[in-house]
Design a protein around this ligand. Sequence first.
Ligand code: NG6
Ligand code: CA
Length: 533
Amino acid sequence: MKLELKRRLPIALLPLLLACFAEQAIDGDWRTEEEPTRPPNLVIFYVDDLGYGDVGSYGAIGVETPNIDRLAAEGLLFTDAHSAAATCTPSRYSLLTGEHGFRRSAHVLPGDAGAIIRPGTPTLASMLQRAGYKTAVVGKWHLGLGDGDVDWNGEVAPGPLDIGFDYSFLLPSTGDRVPTVYLENRRVLGLDPADPIEVSYRGKVGNRPTGYESPDLLRVAADRQHSDTIVNGVSRIGHMAGGDAALWVDEEFPDVFTERAVAWVREHRDQPFFLLHSFHDIHVPRLPNPRFEGRSSMGPRGDAIVQADWIVGALLDELEDLGIAENTLVLFTSDNGPVLNDGYEDRAVELLGEHRPWGPFRGGKYSAFEAGTRVPTIAWWPAGIEPATSNALVSQLDIYASMASLVGVALEEGEATDSLDQLDAWLGRSTSGREFLIEESVGTLSLRRDSWKYIVPFTRPNLPAWIERKGIEGGFDRDPQLYDLSADLGEQNNVAAERPELVRSLQSLVQQIVESGYPDSRRPAKPRISSQP
Ligand code: NG6
Ligand code: CA
């Protein structure tokens, strides 16, 4: 666990800076003080399915990511940072609630699922509202909307506005699921009431062609699950009728989402804000804008990485033009590990070359092995973080309590119960992070304790072979698995049989965390700066 400082301000100045915030807390009004006059804005770039090795500064080959690399060069690059889960919905659930997805049985949701974060549940966004922040989410949601069986033609609620966001502009589920429309706040954008939307995950509705009936109409071939309604020449999961005028065009995503994010940031430049900039990229279907075509050597998957990098750069430029970049904390990360073939034949496997999306780790999206949740993660805050590399074990689960600590919000009983105040690790002030971390994956849990990785035996009747058919090693085994990551980063050598005592104690720790939470997790947040204007 070593923190290598690269350059810039001596880290010793940081306590001084935070003490300065704390003084303002005592004075009670950070808006009237001299610089720094307010807590930092928070921007989370939440990329979809981006693997540890998919970014230039993490060793990517065949694709360049200059904007993300700039964040890495000027900020804190983590080598052991984790999404809460190896799939999207539970990861996003955990990021926003500070609670493991398995506590609410969060799993990949269909596009007509009801909201799984119910109104009244405290979230990262509502906690920051308590601290005086304006809040927005732009991009992929995939946490469900409404109460199930959503009527897309009226007001869609509950949704982000009911759990702490002041503004939302959403891709409601995933790019490969209907409805293929944008939802702005509670309404489908551009919907003609004379052409209502109907969505079904049970059988065909309406007259739009499907991939299985009319494969000749497809721009990209798909597997059976992705062969329902065709929209924009691409078949999706689920059926959809109506809503012609409101249909999205996948190639426009980077511009549409950037435009909304930039406009919202401009509007809120004068107050602390939190923007969750949640990307469709680099999830399937991968249809980057034509201006990014051929910009990598890896076809659509690599070009989608170039596009994601452009989106990052566009918002950074805006923060700079507005003169607010210095006091903006940017967290760049991914919701789960990488996948090549996730249902569409876009040649991600064939064109991979020497590139290793999973970096030095084993597995990928869905998997219990490290690449399932160990994702590229960078914290950048010119006024508060020095350039460095950190090997601390950190989790997206902890962004909630760590931000609460930074802005001085005391968490209530029952709020963000799995989220630990790891602010020092997130800001590079401490080289050590979590002692324990549960990683969720399809069908099982793993536990990290220091460099030990324990994978709980799989107990369901059928091993999910479909994951391995995608070319991903799922890490499923009916026997315990124990890996010593200090000697075996690639999880090749299962030492469970040699360490039965350790296996027993890690298994009982998993059980304890599942049943009653992390040991010592209820440390009260220590205010670092004032929260109330
Ligand atoms: C899976 C889909 C996959 C992807 C994933 C969600 C099939 C066979 N596969 O069920 O294509 O959409 O769900 O990805 O349907 S995630 O990143 O949002 O978790
Ligand atoms: Ca994902």
